[in-house]
Ligand binder design. Structure first.
Ligand code: ADP
Ligand code: MG
Length: 352
């Protein structure tokens, strides 16, 4: 039968996309400057994420994949000012329960050898062996959902849609992260490995966008830099926890957007990207506001949007769902009103 552990794990790791997000965020948390994501059969056979980050110390091998073991959170107050992506220690433990899971890690840059760690379904360390490795960590997830047949079938049935979402999300990380090389490749069956895209450790999101979406994208893009100031309110429901009376909320939205005159046809979701403090996320209400303004200028097309919303960590909540996919923005309606005004001003200031 299915254990409680397996059922709970299915709430953190809900699909292919959550696997990829958790592993990439772990690599970023580990200080990697190079992240290589390799799929076999679109992830149905395996997903491997290799990084050149800090690696895992031997004293953490035993507890690595146990539930709620994390090296990242030291005090409760850290929860409100989260700097790292991870903090719950649930991803690796969940992956043990939901796949054939192993890790290869190597601490020192000059060591020619690393350690391969294999785990039991419970997250208990099964054994270690010495293997060839470079500095950093490789996490290998094989046969995802092999022990949840219904979930596995669902994944196989929806693989095309899932795959598009996964590649879209990886493109988002690759574009937003400055100075980090991303490479994403896929191998179908026994076929040749093909690289889907790679970034070069660029110093700007523009260069990243060129690497991921091609140079042609740039011809239509203008710089997005909106400063929204929300006047102070007195109602406690609109105040975030540490906001002083009379303190303004400042929100900056930076990135790139199509100039309305350059239509690009209908955009697919992977070309309409939103981030909150560099964390990729779906923000349907914000997208709707962008589309509304853009449509007033160019009714037949939609915009390429790359928008990072920078705001105080107290002004949103990422911890509403275990998969961290839902983000709640405080005082969202007032923010959207200001956003539409600022975006209209930006478009008005362009020469056509
Ligand atoms: P969390 O990220 O919430 O801490 P995870 O289950 O994702 O929990 O990871 C558990 C622990 O494993 C992390 O706290 C970290 O110490 C270690 N870890 C995971 N991935 C990596 C990696 N790529 N490089 C170094 N350490 C890692
Ligand atoms: Mg994590």
């Amino acid at each position: 039968g299915r254990s409680v552990h397996q059922i709970q794990s299915g709430q953190v790791i809900v699909d292919l996309c959550s696997v990829v997000k958790e592993l990439v965020e772990n690599s970023l948390d580990a200080g990697a400057t190079s992240i290589d994501v390799r799929f076999k059969n679109q992830g149905l056979d395996s997903i491997e994420v290799q990084d050149n980050g800090g690696g895992i110390s031997p004293q953490n091998y035993e507890t690595l994949a146990l539930k709620h073991h994390t090296s990242k959170l030291s005090t409760y107050s850290d929860l409100t000012t989260l700097q790292t992506f991870g903090f719950r220690g649930e991803a690796l433990s969940s992956l043990c329960a939901l796949s054939h899971f192993s890790v290869i890690t190597c601490l020192a840059a000059d060591a020619p050898k690393g350690t391969k760690l294999e785990f039991e379904v419970s997250g208990k360390l099964k054994g270690t062996s010495v293997v060839a490795a470079q500095k950093g960590t490789t996490v290998i997830v094989e046969n995802l959902f092999n022990n949840l047949p219904v979930r596995r079938q669902e994944l196989q049935r929806n693989i095309k849609r899932e795959w598009n979402r996964v590649i879209g999300v990886l493109g988002q990380y690759a574009c937003i992260q400055i100075g980090i090389k991303f490479s994403v490749s896929q191998q179908a069956g026994k076929g040749k490995k093909t690289t889907l895209f790679s970034t070069k450790g660029n110093q700007s999101t523009r260069e990243n966008i060129v690497n991921v979406f091609g140079a042609k994208t740039l011809t239509s893009l203008i710089t997005l830099d909106l400063n929204l100031e929300l006047e102070p309110t007195s109602g406690p429901s609109q105040r975030w926890s540490t906001q002083e009376d009379g303190e303004k909320k400042e929100i900056r939205i930076v990135g790139h957007i199509s100039r309305p005159a350059y239509g690009e046809g209908r955009q697919t979701p992977d070309r309409q990207m939103f981030f909150v403090n560099a964390r990729p996320c779906g923000l349907p209400q914000v997208l709707k506001a962008f589309n509304e303004v853009y449509k007033a200028y160019n009714a037949s097309q939609s915009a390429f949007i790359f928008a990072n919303i920078e705001l105080d960590t107290h002004m949103y909540d990422v911890n509403v769902s275990p998969d961290k996919r839902t983000i709640l923005l405080h005082d969202q309606n007032r923010m959207l009103e200001n956003l539409k005004v600022a975006l209209t001003e930006l478009f008005e200031s362009q020469d056509y």
